[in-house]
Every structure is written in C-alpha cells, then in structure tokens.
Ligand binder design. Structure first.
Ligand code: NAD
Length: 499
C-alpha cells in the first residue's frame, strides 16, 4: 500500500518526509478507503492553525465495516498464527518504527504540537511496547492445576479475548495506541482503532507501518471521525456484541460514559483516565533532583500528560529555595515555539479550548490570592500558553480540584507528613504520584500510603514498556505494559479432562 500511495504523487501532501494520501482516508480491511458518507474533516497544526490534511470522517456505517473486517480476520490471526510468528511481525514493526522515526515524529509534531525531540521519544516509547510484547507473546503461559480427584487433568489456558476497540487521546497520538495494540496483537486479538479527532494522522501512519511489517488485512482497522461523530461511533462499538473489549485512554468523564455503555453487553473495559498527581518534596530532599523531576513531569508535552504533577506540595522549610530554583530552571530550560524548531521545549496546547481553560484557571487562582512567579499569560501566537509557576495555592482555587492539563506548576506549602498524605489522597483520581527526599523509610512509607497506581521516588519520568501503567479510583481500570498488560486482552479458560 505504501508503494501504491507513493505512486499517486498528485494526490499527496507532505507531512514531514512521510507522505499520506490527500483527502485520506480510513484503513479498513487492509484498504485505504473514504468514509461511506464521503465526508472529511480538517486536521490542523496547533502551532499556527495551518490545515495539514483532510481526513475521512467516519460514521457508524464505517465502524460496522471495520468491526466486520476485525471479526473476519480474527480466527486466522488468533488460531492460524503461532505466538512466535506474531512476535516476529511485531519485531519487524519495531524495526520499521526505528527506521521511520524522523518522518513519524515530524508528522506527530505537526498535528500535536509537541517538540520534535519529545515526538521522537514518543515513537521510541511506542516501539518499545512492540519489542516488549513481541517477546511476551511467547510467554502467555497457562497452568496445570492439581485435580481434587484421580484420573483427571485440569488445565487453565489463556485465550485472546477477540475484537478489541481502541479509543485513544490526542496527547500521545501514537503511544496510546501502541501501548494497547502491541499487547492485544501479541495474544491474537484484532483491532478497531478510533483515534482522537485532533490527531488522526499519526494513527493512520502507524497503521501504514503495521501493514509494511506484515500485519494481515483486517487485523488492524482505523476509523477517524470528528468530535460530533465520535459519540455515535463509540456507542456503536460499545453496543455491538462483535466487540469483546473496549480499551480507552482519555478523560474520566468520557471513560464513565463508555463504562456504562459497555454494561449492556458486559464487555471487558480497560480505562486509562485522567490523573491529578501529587508531587511531594520533603525537607530532606536534594532540591536539584526535586526541581529536575518537577520540570520533567510537569512540563513534558506542555503539561498535557495524565501523569503530570498537578498538586505540588513543598515542605515549608525548603519552600522558598525550591521555588527560587524551579523558577530559575523554568526560565533557563523552557522555550516556547514551533515544535519543529530545535530550540523549542514547549509546544502549543492542543487547541484554543485548552488555552482558554488554563487562562480561566490562572485568573481564578490569582483572584483568590495565588502569586504568579513565572509566566501566567497566553503565548503570542497559536495555542501557546507560557510555562507558569503559581505559589500560595489553596483548596479554594479551582486549579486545586481539577486536572490542569497545561503548563502550570501549582505549588503550596506543607509542614507535616500525615497532613500532606491526607491532602494528596483526598483526590478522586489516583494515577501517578511523586515523592522527593532522602529518608529511605519515609519514602517507602509514603509510596505505599499514596492512593495511586504508580509512584516516582526521586524520579519524574517513570513509564516504560516493562512496567505496569495504570491508576486507581477514578483514574481507571486495568493496566498497560509489563506482564499485566496481557491480562486485559485474554480470557482464562478451564479445561477438565478425564483419562
Ligand atoms: P477525551 O476523553 O476528550 O477524548 C479521548 C477519546 O475519546 C478521543 O478519541 C475522543 O474522540 C473520544 N470521545 C470524546 N467524547 C466522546 C464521547 N462522548 N463518547 C465516546 N468517545 C468520546 O480526552 P482527551 O482530551 O483526548 O485526552 C485527555 C485526557 O486523557 C486527560 O484527562 C488525560 O489525563 C487522559 N489521559 C490518560 C492517560 C492514562 O494512561 N491514564 C493517558 C493519556 C491521557
């Protein structure tokens, strides 16, 4: 397909070095097709509003075709290939992502806005999941269970759950698909992918590389749609009995809708939802380590990550020193601009709605007594917002209770371990948390007591393919990555044989 696309040069536009067909397209049953309705929607660069592309605006009719293609290809993929063969295809795909890193990352930066170095990191992170699950495919072990009676063999075996619908967000447009797809494909599932409306191009490009790696027709299907059609497509994917699991990454609000829709068919649901991460800096912390960790977790993707430090608690003894050093680091390291420029470390936010939200949160905090130490303003152009440091944050400010999802570090003082833990655990969500300090016993104690799915101890960047990613409370259900990621896409079967 890549070859035939490359031949029709008059229908192509450049998205970096990578070329996608113009007016494109959805990927269904191994073919690049228009939506049944022949409708399209625009994909824009959030830095300058340039229209990058018009892509197929799929509806329920297209989702039906994609589900049918997944059902039709399931038996051959699940039962007609060995784990070793599936692993070999995933490994080849891993190699292709490595070879095409620059073009995929450039496309990602253009449609999402993040700096090119981060986009490269996202492609490498995505590839790491393909590599990890290429190996894990061969380790989906069952159990021989000692039988309670003579002459019986009791086996537990694991089987692929079936067709999986993936609904993904815009903040990591490749990685949030790769993390799910790698595990699901390794165990023999087939996929219908509904990418976020702001970033469908990375999903289509990812499917192109899958095709090149030898993933058979119908095993992966991608159906982009605009925001309006998204709700009806997602409802269809939840309602149909042909889809066995829905794996979603996105907001808690939408996750709850999908969870209730899936109740009708009692589907497996994996939800990777919003966070509200506490970051605690104790009085014995190495301030440099704490500041570097804060910058890493807070300002990656301009603060638009689910694991971004949302509530920063600093012990009163070192608060002023920490604020001074964080402010200095932000001024030295954070450079706003076009993600394609090498100097840029802070790309735009995803759209104007996101900028408006941050603006309102900052104004509300200032109105209630917070102090701006750095930033606080919209950028000069596009969807930029200055990296911002707020101090004196209190519970009365809206910024304390919600997922900020932007480049604002909201700092407050604390004096006591119990008090800070109580406060950190008061959130309804529980995805990631961070602790900085030197007292090993306290670091372990606090790590265990934090009500979150993941903890970074003296570390701001914690996610990797080998470890289980996921949250507790309203941050979701299930895990991605590690051995645990396989669980989401397999069913246990018990086989009892008399001999
Ligand atoms: P979102 O919930 O608005 O959108 C996510 C996906 O859901 C998109 O594909 C969107 O088209 C679709 N969607 C939107 N409305 C829908 C509806 N009514 N019915 C069905 N589907 C619908 O989230 P977003 O703004 O794209 O992403 C940001 C959120 O994602 C943040 O809350 C962030 O914390 C969360 N997130 C979580 C993780 C994690 O691993 N836990 C990772 C990345 C992002």
């Amino acid at each position: 397909m890549l070859t035939s696309l490359a031949r029709s040069s008059s229908r192509r536009i450049s998205t970096g070095n990578h070329l996608l067909p113009q007016g494109a397209l959805a990927y269904i049953g191994g073919r690049w097709v228009d939506a049944e309705s022949r409708e399209y929607f625009e994909v824009k660069n959030p830095f300058d509003g340039e229209v990058l592309y018009k892509t197929a605006n799929c509806g329920v009719a297209d989702a039906e075709k994609a589900v049918k293609a997944s059902v039709d290809s399931l038996d051959k993929w699940a039962n007609g290939t060995t784990a070793k063969q599936r692993g070999a295809i995933l490994r080849k795909w891993f190699d292709i992502l490595g070879a095409r890193e620059t073009e995929l990352a450039t496309l990602l930066t253009k449609e999402q806005g993040k700096p090119l170095a981060e986009a490269r990191g996202e492609i490498q992170y995505s590839a790491a999941y393909l590599d990890w699950y290429a190996g894990e495919a061969r380790r989906v072990y069952g159990q021989v269970v000692p039988a309670p009676v003579l002459n019986r063999l009791h086996l537990h075996v694991r089987e692929p759950i079936g067709v999986v619908a993936i609904i993904s967000p815009w903040n990591f447009p490749t990685a949030m698909i790769a993390r799910k797809a790698a595990a699901a494909l390794a165990v023999g599932c087939t996929l219908v992918i509904k990418p976020a409306e702001d970033t469908p191009l990375s999903a289509l490009a990812f499917a192109q590389t899958a095709e090149e790696a030898g993933i058979p027709a119908g095993v992966i299907n991608v159906i982009p749609s605009d925001r309006e059609k998204t709700a009806e497509i997602s409802k269809f994917l939840c309602d149909t009995h042909d889809v066995s699991a829905v794996s979603f990454t996105g907001s808690t609000q939408v996750g709850k809708i999908l969870l209730s829709q899936c109740a009708q068919t009692v589907k497996r649901v994996c939800l990777e939802l919003g966070g509200n991460a506490p970051l605690i800096v104790f009085d014995d912390a190495d301030i440099n380590v704490a500041v570097n960790g804060t910058v890493a977790t807070k300002f990656r993707a301009s603060g638009q990550t689910c694991v971004s430090a949302n509530r920063i608690y600093v012990h009163e003894k070192i608060h002023d020193k920490y604020v001074e050093q964080l402010s200095k680091a932000m001024k030295e390291k954070l450079v706003m601009g076009n993600g394609l420029d090498a100097a840029t470390t802070q790309g735009p936010l995803i759209n104007q709605r996101a900028v408006d939200k941050i603006d309102v949160l900052v104004a509300d905090a200032m109105g209630k007594g917070a102090e701006i130490v750095v930033g606080g303003e919209r950028g000069d152009r596009g969807c930029g917002f200055q990296p911002t440091l707020l101090t004196g944050v209190t519970d009365q400010m809206n910024i304390s209770g919600c997922e900020i999802f932007g480049p604002v570090a909201a700092v407050r003082k604390f004096s006591d371990e119990d008090e800070v833990l109580r406060h950190a655990n008061s959130a309804r969500s529980g995805l990631a948390g961070y602790v900085f300090g030197r007292d090993a016993a306290r670091l372990q104690r606090v790590s265990r007591l934090l009500q979150v799915g993941m903890v970074g101890v003296n570390e701001g960047l914690i996610s990797c393919a080998e470890a289980a990613f996921g949250g507790v409370k309203e941050s979701g259900l299930g895990r991605e990555g590690g051995q645990q990621g396989i669980d989401e896409f397999t069913n246990w079967k018990y086989i009892c044989t008399q001999y």
